[in-house]
Design a protein. Structure first.
Length: 123
């Protein structure tokens, strides 16, 4: 998770059995988005954020990893975001998309899946 989301969200995810880390855990809180993406890709992690820059960076790079879960219009409250994330991760198509490379946009009303490589012919 990047610093745009609460450290408490990582705590909640770990409590639910996920291998979740926050940029705080890696002392990357003030690092660039590119550094966070590189670390996530190297470790096979998913970036969870409310920062739209991550999607733009992935589109520009043409990379297929790491996948990103982007919170939009959420309250910013960790327990609300955890509930939204739990709903998303319980959906098979979301889990498959994250495995194959995707940006999952989650807001309180809906969810969108956008495959990476953005702009590729097989989208």
């Amino acid at each position: 998770m990047d610093s745009a989301v609460s450290l408490l969200l990582a705590v909640e995810l770990r409590g639910a059995g996920h291998d979740a880390v926050h940029t705080f855990d890696y002392v990357l809180v003030s690092s660039t988005d590119e550094t966070v993406l590189l670390r996530a890709a190297t470790e096979g992690r998913i970036v969870i954020t409310s920062d739209t820059d991550f999607g733009e960076l992935l589109a520009q790079s043409g990379a297929s990893q790491p996948s990103v879960i982007l919170f939009r219009r959420s309250s910013g409250k960790p327990l609300v975001e955890f509930a939204l994330l739990t709903v998303a991760l319980n959906r098979l198509e979301v889990r498959e998309a994250l495995t194959n490379g995707a940006i999952i946009v989650v807001d309180p009303r809906r969810m969108r899946i956008r495959k990476l490589l953005i702009g590729s012919l097989d989208e």
